[in-house]
Design a protein around this ligand. Structure first.
Ligand SMILES: [Fe+2]
Ligand SMILES: [Fe+2]
Length: 180
């Protein structure tokens, strides 16, 4: 059996993970949306890159949504929480300027990449369709991480202050999403 719901009505691990990843992409889209709005004033040199990243996240969100719809699975209850959280995080870090913006992307993507790798491992041989969708986004998430990391010094104040906070928030949202 490859997916949808189990006989007891609960979703399978693959669908659960796809729902959380879909909600996470909504969060990512909103981080970049808010950062772009602020960066026009605080970090104009980053706007083109942020627009490119946002377009990737919109594509990722659509990939997860298409697979959820194919399975007849609703979006995660954490979807709106991720959306609002992402928007607030993007707004605050966008106001702080280019170091804060890039440090945020590095921290978020580091956590996300760790989870994606674990997910691929957990779903290997159990849910090929989910593995296929997740595999399609890993390269671009890595690109967001690497490109942003090239803009920030790890000893910069925003890297030190923001990284643990952003990483912990991202972990909490994923943890909560898997349990909602
Ligand atoms: Fe993404
Ligand atoms: Fe990303």
């Amino acid at each position: 059996m490859n997916e949808e719901t189990k006989p007891d009505g609960t979703t399978t691990l693959g669908s659960r993970i796809l729902k959380v990843d879909h909600a996470g992409e909504q969060g990512a889209v909103n981080i970049y949306r808010a950062q772009i709005a602020m960066a026009r004033w605080t970090a104009p040199s980053l706007v083109a890159e942020l627009r490119e990243f946002k377009a990737h996240e919109e594509k990722h969100r659509a990939l997860f949504w298409a697979e959820l719809q194919r399975r007849g699975v609703r979006r995660c209850r954490s979807y709106w929480l991720c959306g609002i959280g992402g928007w607030v995080l993007g707004l605050l870090t966008g106001l702080l300027g280019r170091h804060a913006i890039s440090a945020t992307t590095v921290a978020v993507e580091r956590v996300v990449l760790g989870h994606l790798k674990t997910q691929l491992h957990e779903l290997a041989g159990k849910d090929d369709a989910a593995v296929h969708v997740i595999s399609q986004i890993v390269q671009e998430e890595q690109l967001h991480h690497d490109q942003s990391a090239s803009h920030v010094r790890t000893d910069h104040v925003w890297s030190k202050v923001l990284s643990p906070v952003v990483a912990a928030s991202t972990e909490s949202v994923i943890w909560l999403g898997m349990r909602l």
